[in-house]
Ligand binder design. Structure first.
Ligand code: 0RQ
Length: 499
């Protein structure tokens, strides 16, 4: 594709279009495909403005988390007034928890429609990474789609970062489709993971394109921690559970598409699924394609993966490009509105596997907050998938911080996924199948099978001390484990039955 007629800009020229108080949408879903050059230049302007005693803060919308050049740089420059829908940058997280940046957490599938409906106000500028751009505004994206098509359409102006570091033409990797809005909304005609319903490119109104900034910046994706005994055991338990579901005839022998969450545990779980010989080759209909997917694909254990981002470490991205003719037939990136769409997830029968920070004995899940108040990352797509899955699974280690915290508590300190959506809990201790169980049955299964031995007696005592009610809670003791941790940095020794 040619880019004649579109104006070439330096990063500084592009950044100069962004002024204090604007709302800026950036491409990126994880650091994959995130804008990198322009946000850095915006952060520089913010610092200069602050040094001259002037205000400079913008609202920032992306697909999900991004890389250091975007969230990190802007947070260090204290340039983010508000942020949505997800983040995982330690500097930004600090500003959010200090109240310097207002963060609102959103289901990722809902972001594009919320933008279209005008719920987030006007988007002044969209800054978008592309691998190819044509003068008529046709753009081939890079390693993610995320919310980019919608951001580019609703924004008043668009700046393109043309990243020429992708050695392969990425034409055909993306399937771009945006639903109409109610009352004209129609069914989404996706009946298989590898179905195509859209275009290979994003069409942007060329009159809105301010210009193009040249970039060769790689995606800023860190590696994963190696699996350890705990994460490997969690993975094995997930695989054992799914194999037994197949034997019981509830999961068909050709298997069902898998969604696997983000982070270290999710990566280990996927690797364990690959190692289990009872589980056949499967497809993924997920949000993020992590390193483990590419490995399993090259071993023919995963036959196809649909997602919204290709979040690969630099080495694995290189391997993918080295064998691109093999992988391009097996990978498809969609807008997050489609990769995470409730209608499609329900139709395809996705098995969702996400990670909890904290779970209570009745199966309510907290994915986002530490001790009820410190934001970790956000709900991400976990709600989109959990609520609509064929089977929804949550995993977590039974303890955190070397045992000072039990991940299983009497009552979650923040609620993201309620007992109505959470069907199976799996820790390294075992599996609690919560389906068709009342709250008492759930508590029995969770305490027996999933709680760490250091906390099992404590939670049994709590459960047995409760006298009445359909969901027998004792409100005045429900947060005693949390209180104990906040006072003594250790939940062990908490008295949760007294009085
Ligand atoms: O902190 O590294 O400082 O010790 O939380 O925990 O064990 O490294 O696990 O990387 O898989 O992240 C839920 C955060 C898990 C992630 C979460 C501390 C723990 C550690 C990270 P340290 P691990 P992971 C979309 C899927 C929400 C979004 C989502 C997440 C840190 O999976 O953000 O699901 N999920 N998206 O020590 C205090 C506890 C704790 C705790 C863990 N109870 N109390 N700290 N930690 N439990 C769908 C897709 O398709 C992708």
């Amino acid at each position: 594709m040619e880019m004649n007629k579109l104006k070439e800009l330096t990063p500084e020229e592009a950044a100069s279009y962004i002024t204090n108080g604007m709302t800026v949408g950036f491409s990126g879903f994880t650091p994959a495909g995130a804008a990198k050059i322009v946000p850095k230049a915006i952060a520089k302007i913010a610092k200069e403005e602050h040094n001259s005693g002037r205000e400079f803060k913008i609202g920032v919308i992306t697909g999900a988390s991004t890389g250091d050049s975007l969230d990190g740089e802007l947070a260090r420059a204290d340039a983010v007034a508000w942020r949505t829908p997800y983040q995982s940058d330690k500097f930004l997280r600090k500003n959010i928890n200090l109240g310097k940046t207002k963060f609102f957490d959103m289901h990722l599938s809902a972001l594009p429609q919320n933008l279209r409906y005008g719920f987030l106000g006007k988007v002044d500028v969209a800054v978008i990474e592309a691998s190819e751009v044509q003068a008529d505004g046709k753009v081939i994206l890079t390693t993610s789609v995320g919310a980019t098509p919608t951001l580019a359409r609703v924004a008043e102006k668009v700046i393109i970062e043309l990243n020429t570091s992708h050695q392969e033409s990425l034409y055909g990797l993306h399937d771009i489709y945006e639903p109409l809005d109610p009352p004209m909304r129609r069914p989404i005609h996706l009946t298989r993971c590898d179905g195509r319903i859209g275009t290979e490119y994003v069409q942007i109104d060329p009159n809105k394109i301010i210009g193009v900034v040249a970039s060769e910046a790689p995606d800023e994706i860190g590696g994963f921690r190696e699996s350890d005994a705990t994460t490997m055991k969690i993975g094995e338990n997930v695989a054992t559970f799914l194999a037994s579901e197949m034997r019981a005839g509830r999961v068909p022998t050709e298997f069902l598409p898998i969604q696997s969450g983000v982070g270290n545990i999710a990566n280990a779980v996927l690797a364990a699924l690959g190692d289990n010989e009872d589980i056949p080759s499967f497809q993924m209909y997920s949000e993020v394609i992590q390193d483990s997917v590419i490995k399993l694909m090259s071993e023919d254990k995963i036959s196809f993966a649909s997602a919204t981002s290709l979040t690969l470490s630099p080495e694995v991205l290189q391997q993918t490009y080295d064998n691109y003719s093999f992988f391009k037939r097996r990978l498809l990136l969609r807008p997050q509105e489609i990769s995470n769409h409730p209608e499609v997830i329900r139709r395809l029968g996705i098995i969702s596997i996400n990670t909890a920070i904290e779970v209570d004995i009745f199966g309510n899940v907290n994915s986002t907050h530490v001790m009820g108040k410190e934001m970790m990352n956000g709900i991400g797509g976990s709600g989109d998938f959990t609520r609509n899955a064929f089977i929804s699974i949550f995993t977590c280690p039974s303890i955190a911080k070397a045992g000072a915290i039990s991940a299983i508590v009497p009552m979650v300190s923040h609620l993201d996924h309620s007992e109505h959506s959470v069907q199976v809990l799996i820790t390294e201790q075992g599996i609690a199948d919560l389906r068709a169980k009342d709250p008492q049955g759930r508590a029995n299964a969770i305490i027996n099978n999933c709680v760490h031995p250091d906390y099992r007696e404590m939670l049994w005592d709590y459960f047995k001390s409760m006298q009445s009610g359909h969901t027998p809670q004792t409100l005045k003791n429900a947060f005693k484990m949390h209180e104990r941790f906040l006072e003594h940095k250790d939940m062990r020794g908490a008295t949760i039955t007294a009085g």
